[in-house]
Design a protein around this ligand. Structure first.
Ligand code: GRG
Length: 293
């Protein structure tokens, strides 16, 4: 438990630094006096956990990012935030609460929320295009992020997730949805960190897949065990919307056991990657397993 608290402290500090730098960049690059720019800033500067940018920075630079790493991390967060804005729309999950406040279509309007998501997605690639690294690395960053977010990644996962609503699906089918909808982007944040660090991207990607799965299984558990205030989003939503989840398919106890197994596998993966003992990444799996928000 003490190790989890340490990581929480580290993540809170990282998120505060990240938000500060993001605020400056958005002030420079999204300065049009329009509802669209207001909506993008509202969505991006909401109180997110910043897990994905943190993972990129931890792998790229032991958590002490330079400007190129930070810009890459912002691009990943922009894609993630777009997915949340669009997922909350009436045509998808139809939610009114996100990051502890009104969703973008409730705060602004539906057309602005759609355009806000579009702007965030394209802005992510504008950010990446101007990351100050070798051209080959920059192209690799674009490849990894576009593949994980797109038609063979998160968007496909969202489509399959919508199709699976009210259906009875197998654990394997559920895992495939989780892999696409959630894990792809988390694993890519880790892989992009390894691209920036010039390390073996395949090994990091494999570790990222365990972390992404662990994140989603715990998300499914929290949906039934935590309340909306803790989560900053509507709790109990999966059950109400008849979404298949790790809990609905496996049951709560087995889902917890599965999460614990994923945590152990991820910890083992970290040892094999030879991560420095001072890197907070060592505490990440147990933090994700024990998180309550
Ligand atoms: C609309 C293309 C498109 C995709 C949507 C993100 C998503 C895919 C759906 C949201 C519902 C959901 C359960 C997604 C799984 C990923 C997930 C748990 C997202 C929430 O991530 P957190 O908890 O959010 O890191 P914060 O707000 O902390 O950044």
């Amino acid at each position: 438990m003490a190790r989890t608290t340490d990581f929480s402290t580290w993540l809170a500090k990282f998120a505060a630094d990240f938000d500060k730098q993001l605020n400056v960049v958005l002030g420079d690059e999204l300065s049009h006096d329009s509802r669209l720019h207001q909506a993008v800033k509202y969505a991006l500067l909401g109180k997110g956990k910043r897990i994905r940018p943190a993972l990129c920075c931890l792998v790229a630079s032991n958590g002490a990012p330079n400007e190129a790493v930070m810009r890459t991390a912002m691009a990943i967060e922009a894609v993630h935030t777009y997915s949340l804005v669009h997922d909350d729309l009436p045509a998808m999950d139809d939610d009114c609460l996100r990051r502890g406040r009104a969703t973008v279509h409730v705060q602004f309007d539906e057309a602005t929320a759609i355009l806000c998501g579009d702007a965030l997605l394209t802005y992510a690639f504008e950010l990446l295009a101007t990351v100050d690294v070798d051209a080959e690395q920059r192209i690799e960053l674009v490849r990894v992020l576009s593949q994980s977010a797109g038609h063979n990644g998160m968007v496909l996962g969202q489509h399959l997730d919508i199709d699976a609503t009210s259906q009875s699906i197998s654990f394997e089918e559920l895992q495939n949805i989780h892999l696409l909808k959630t894990t792809e982007l988390i694993a890519s944040a880790i892989e992009m960190g390894s691209v920036l660090a010039g390390q073996n991207t395949d090994k990091w990607r494999k570790f990222g897949e365990k972390i992404g799965m662990l994140f989603q299984v715990v998300d499914d558990i929290l949906d039934v065990t935590a309340d909306s205030e803790q989560l900053g989003k509507t709790a109990g939503k999966d059950d109400a919307a008849q979404k298949p989840t790790a809990v609905s398919v496996l049951g709560l106890d087995e889902a917890r056991e599965f999460a614990a197994q994923l945590c152990a596998t991820a910890e083992n993966g970290l040892q094999q990657l030879g991560v420095e003992s001072t890197n907070p990444l060592n505490q990440l799996p147990s933090f994700l397993l024990d998180r309550s928000f």
